[in-house]
Design a protein around this ligand. Structure first.
Ligand code: SF4
Length: 316
């Protein structure tokens, strides 16, 4: 069954003065693009598809849009306003899993609920169920990069800072977001997987120990490449310029895709990442040399204490 609501896309495009439509999807949805293209062509539109890698709304296919009147970006909620881009997120509306196991892990009367765009629509239902068990749930308002209540991204944990909650419950799969939320807020984070119903408690210490090791390894470097992304929603040139001031041998390097091969070819003994924050934290194992976050570089340069470690976030 397709995750893409093609009729909804058509409904949004029909009122617009549009002849050519550009389509873009993240890797997991790319194979749905042909069916969307068929539906658009059946209604008389010309279609051009972006085949480049896409990992988030931070990277709208502006080069492809140059050949079209509008870009339909599938799979993500918007992180920037642009009238020429229609964001069509994938929203799953699954029944809630049983709460027995997660209830045993919650140790507070008031908990903050967070999730990714896929599952954020279920948070009010989850809050109602928790209420029946005497647990009040807080769901934060949207932020500029996360337009859904309670939504977090790998680069933005604003929703995890909800007032009045002693703990967080992450409703989603994977550990990256809940670990990030735990580091960003210092709060205990319980997880509930919407698909399996598995519950757990995230362990941020392991990641922090690893990052401490990466910083120590980076101390051997005599030169630093400050990576700046050319993707419109990841570009933090101003931050890179500030970081450059911390070390006499630091160069700004503009990159579109940050790959192990590119870092190897550039030949720096250490990089500082101002592109997608997930790169340094999630992908270090793929990289040939240490890749530090901005805060980690500040620790290395002695202008921030380890105790003041911060997870990297992109503030809109
Ligand atoms: S910067 Fe990274 S985490 Fe943020 S939206 Fe883009 S790909 Fe996702």
């Amino acid at each position: 069954m397709s995750l893409i609501r093609i009729s909804e896309i058509l409904d949004r495009i029909r009122p617009l003065p549009v002849r050519t439509v550009a389509l873009q999807a993240p890797e997991g949805l790319k194979r749905e693009l042909a069916a969307v293209a068929d539906a658009l062509r059946d209604e008389g539109y010309l279609v051009v598809i972006s085949g480049d890698p896409c990992y988030g709304a931070c990277d709208p296919a502006l080069e492809t849009l140059a050949y079209a009147d509008i870009l339909v970006h599938l799979g993500h909620t918007p992180i920037q306003d642009d009238d020429r881009i229609l964001f069509e997120p994938v929203v799953l509306d699954l029944p809630l899993p049983p709460l027995d196991s997660v209830l045993q892990l919650i140790t507070t009367d008031t908990i903050g609920l967070i999730s990714t765009a896929q599952h954020a629509a279920a948070l009010p239902r989850l809050a109602d169920e928790l209420q029946k068990h005497g647990i009040a749930a807080v769901i934060s308002d949207p932020s500029p990069r996360t337009p859904l209540p309670g939504q977090v991204l790998g680069c933005t944990y604003a929703a995890a800072r909800c007032a009045g909650a002693d703990e967080l419950l992450y409703f989603g799969s994977g550990v990256f977001h809940p670990i990030g939320a735990g580091i960003a807020t210092g709060r205990r984070v319980v997880t509930l997987d919407p698909f399996t119903g598995d519950a757990g408690i995230v362990e941020a210490d392991r990641l922090l120990r690893k990052r401490f090791g990466v910083i120590e390894k980076a101390r051997l470097a005599d030169r630093f490449g400050i990576i700046v992304s050319t993707k419109s929603g990841q570009n933090r040139m101003r931050l890179a310029e500030e970081l450059m001031n911390h070390h006499p041998r630091a160069d700004v390097i503009l990159l579109r895709e940050v790959t192990p091969d590119q870092l190897l070819n550039l030949g720096y003994p250490c990089y500082v990442n101002t592109a997608c924050p997930r790169l340094a934290l999630d992908d270090q194992i793929r990289f040939p040399v240490p890749v530090l976050s901005p805060a980690e570089f500040e620790i290395l340069c002695g202008i921030r204490d380890w105790e003041a470690y911060e997870i990297d976030e992109i503030v809109a």
